[in-house]
Design a protein around this ligand. Sequence first.
Ligand SMILES: Cc1cc2nc3c(=O)[nH]c(=O)nc-3n(C[C@H](O)[C@H](O)[C@H](O)COP(=O)(O)OP(=O)(O)OC[C@H]3O[C@@H](n4cnc5c(N)ncnc54)[C@H](O)[C@@H]3O)c2cc1C
Length: 426
Amino acid sequence: MHYDIVIVGGGAGGLELAAQLGRKLGRREGKERILLIDRSGFHIWKPTLHEVAAGTLDVHQEGLSYPILGRANHFSFHLGELSALDPVAKRLTLKAITAKDGAVLVPERSITFTWGVLAIGSGSNLFGTPGAETAHLLERTEDAEAFHTRLLATFMKASFAPERTMGVAIVGGGATGVELSAELLEAHRALLESLGAEQRFRLDITIVEAAPRILGGLPDKTSAQATVALERKGVHVRTGAKVIAVHADRLETSLGDIPADLIVWAAGVKAADSNTGLGLETNRLNQFVVNDRLETSAPGIWALGDCAGCPWKDGKLVPARAQAAHQQASYLAKALLARLRQARVEEPYVYKDFGSLVSLGENKGVGALMGGLGGPNFFIEGLVAKWFYVSLHLAHHKAILGVGKTATLALARLLQQRVAGRLKLH
Ligand SMILES: Cc1cc2nc3c(=O)[nH]c(=O)nc-3n(C[C@H](O)[C@H](O)[C@H](O)COP(=O)(O)OP(=O)(O)OC[C@H]3O[C@@H](n4cnc5c(N)ncnc54)[C@H](O)[C@@H]3O)c2cc1C
């Protein structure tokens, strides 16, 4: 099987690239020209995984099927997990697809390509911490769903336990940890509204961060505002605390033990170990080393998003953010289409940091926009920040669905919430 352009990974970056190329190329020349491969059959925008975990977003309502997206955007789709790559022969191998009982549904397959793009994202960095692998992660949809199932069970247990308290410890005070804590508070509040007084229980959330402040990658003011907002809501923010080990019922930290019914690891970003065996140059975070045109060490193979170690400024790499994956997808679509016309996009890829926004629950956000209305660092908070935050998700949907369908989907979601409530309790 051969395709002209194969994109592996249909996440924040890869799916947008497939949609852009498909609409330009596949529409005219047939969707057989572009192939998107993903190990999952449906797409969820990764920055919403904390909402899936808390149950404030229903994955089955939110998920978009790749084959349907392919039909609308004129690209082909194959379900499969990349297991090997021959960068010289331009051939990749996908693992066999098996049923739950282990029966092989589709055997291992090989696909050859003219140009390849790797957009397979990243996972967490456990920093070799003993027991960290037993904590919940938020890397994949399955992780978020597993957390949600466990959360509901723990909610149930706490509502009947004599002490009526439940503890959640979140390792990592980055955007993921902060947003998850806010979303869990929302879920708890919504649940309490449905419980009788005799079943109500307290939720104790602790964020553990080794650095002196949470949201370390964001301006001081954003971090300070988020800390105040979280503490006001009752979240314990423990900064300067290094996690020594993760145990079944507690976190062992340099500032003492933190008892917890649920422990989430939301610290650090690291790409898959298997990336190092694909015959491409990788860095210490297992990212594919790319130049400022997103080219890997093998000609004809590009990488984008979290899995790409792309140079930025002051010796730093482009941060692992949806914003970067989105920009790189647009850059690469332009560059590949130019190449097809035997032209060359002269400008290298330059990451433009438009700032960062963090959601602090249903109607609240906080963040800083860069180089905008208020100068180099324009601080926003509250409902405005939350709306800017939501608009990023809508922008992603617009890139893959177009304006009309995005608006319809947003309206459908709103109506569904009005009817069934925001919290998914099953
Ligand atoms: C809870 C949470 C909140 C976040 N919030 C924000 C935010 O507010 N703002 C922001 O900018 N960023 C945020 N991020 C980071 C953001 O999600 C990532 O930077 C972004 O999704 C990276 O896009 P990507 O396309 O590189 O990878 P991903 O979106 O992770 O997509 C990778 C895709 O590759 C597929 N894949 C992986 N391995 C294989 C394989 N071997 N074979 C086939 N397919 C494979 C996966 O199934 C997935 O579809 C958040 C992340 C999390 C977890």
